[in-house]
Design a protein around this ligand. Structure first.
Ligand SMILES: *Cc1c(COP(=O)(O)O)cnc(C)c1O
Length: 385
């Protein structure tokens, strides 16, 4: 069967997953090597040095490309490594229009590193009029969006923003980490590049740091690959192998995350000690209709506002037992965190509060445990407030 004809749950297992031609090993070898023997100087099988290429990584890239329906995928040692490559691929002095509610690390790298070579403009991309105005005023070379946003789960219309970018000859990038390719495919909605932190859902087991980009543009892919070879944030063969292993269950994991998240969101929505629940799958979500249109599901991330102050929030976060108090997301285990103190502390307090990251905001990464245990755990912790 051609890989383009396979369904998602087949692709994650079989694309790039052919048995080893030499031994028949069903699972791909970990090519734990830095260098490759050459037949004659310059004559080799496409592999020279592992910073540039590695066969385990090649298999992972082949699978990842198929999941976003892309011609090319590039894997790096972290999501931030991928962001670094994309930023360096632009000519110095470029203007970047970036969503104002993005991953804290994205905000940090743009405002503390890349502002030295590019002009960085932040805009609320959930409002298309804002984007249109900012495009006209700033004439960006690249538009960077994240949808749903982190942690407030606001939805940007990918089709509209990428179309606007195209009409202004700007490239568009979508950070698709929160949805994974199972629930959202930005390239098919018009994006030039899609990026993922593989650390989250793609690997799914909270034991690897990694990032990737997928694109149909050969020149962009080649530029980023050359930069990776030069700058050096390549992923180790073992980590690539772990992601190959994690990916195999991506389809069933995403289904389980979503099923649990919907139950947890409904439980929280009905609880008297909860002020407000934000989950794109709830009809009360500000952008529920758009979410329904451009996503195939609503994912496993929930944020909610407790009734109370920072003291109560802290107490609640200390009392949960099944949820682990930790940063990050997208693993099989449920995590809970406090964005203002933890993941989003690098955003200035005033800006943080302006966009709604207040002291009573809590973020959940709902795992795939039994939903009754998750709900009981939250119920017990809420009871203690
Ligand atoms: C974690 C994350 C990143 C950064 O990825 P790392 O693998 O931690 O470098 C980027 N974007 C989003 C949305 C993330 O959640």
């Amino acid at each position: 069967m051609k890989k383009s004809e396979m369904k998602f749950a087949t692709k994650v297992i079989h694309v790039g997953g052919h048995p080893d031609p030499e031994t028949g090993a069903v699972m791909p070898p970990i090519y734990q090597t830095t260098t490759y023997a050459q037949e004659s100087p310059g004559k080799h099988k496409g592999y020279e040095y592992t910073r540039s290429h590695n066969p385990t990584r090649t298999r992972l890239e082949e699978c990842l490309a198929s999941l976003e329906g892309a011609k090319y995928a590039l894997v790096a040692a972290s999501g931030m490594g991928i962001t670094t490559l994309i930023m360096h691929s632009l000519p110095p002095g470029s203007t970047i229009l970036c969503g104002d509610d993005v991953y804290g690390g994205t905000y940090r790298i743009l405002t503390t590193v890349f502002h030295k070579i590019h002009n960085i403009i932040f805009v609320d991309t959930t409002n298309i009029k804002n984007v249109e105005r900012a495009m006209k005023e700033h004439k960006p070379q690249l538009v960077w969006i994240e949808t749903p946003t982190n942690p407030l789960l606001k939805i940007t219309d990918i089709e509209k923003v990428t179309q606007l970018a195209r009409s202004h000859k700007a490239l568009s990038v979508v950070d698709n980490t929160f949805m994974s390719p199972y629930f959202q495919n930005p390239l098919s909605l018009g994006a030039d590049i899609v990026v993922h932190s593989m650390t989250k859902y793609l690997n799914g087991h909270s034991d690897v740091i990694g990032g990737c980009l997928m694109t149909n543009r050969k020149s962009l892919y080649e530029k980023c690959w050359k930069l990776q070879n030069t700058l050096g944030p390549s992923q180790s063969p073992f980590d690539s192998w772990l992601v190959i292993r994690g990916l195999k269950t991506l389809a069933i994991r995403m289904q389980a995350h979503e099923k649990n998240a919907l139950k947890v969101a409904k439980f929280l929505e009905a609880h008297p000690k909860v002020e407000k629940v934000v989950y794109p799958g709830l009809k009360t979500h500000l952008h529920h209709k758009l979410a329904k249109k451009q996503m195939k599901g609503y994912g496993g991330m929930i944020t909610f506002y407790l009734k109370g102050d920072i003291k109560k929030s802290k107490r609640f976060l200390e009392r949960v037992k099944v949820f682990t108090l930790a940063e990050s997301l997208g693993g099989v285990e449920s995590l809970i965190e406090h964005p203002a103190i933890m993941t989003h502390a690098s955003i200035p307090k005033k800006l943080r509060e302006d966009i709604g990251i207040s002291d009573n905001l809590v973020r959940l990464s709902v795992g795939i445990e039994d939903s009754e245990d998750l709900i009981r755990d939250l119920e017990n912790a809420l009871k203690s407030l």
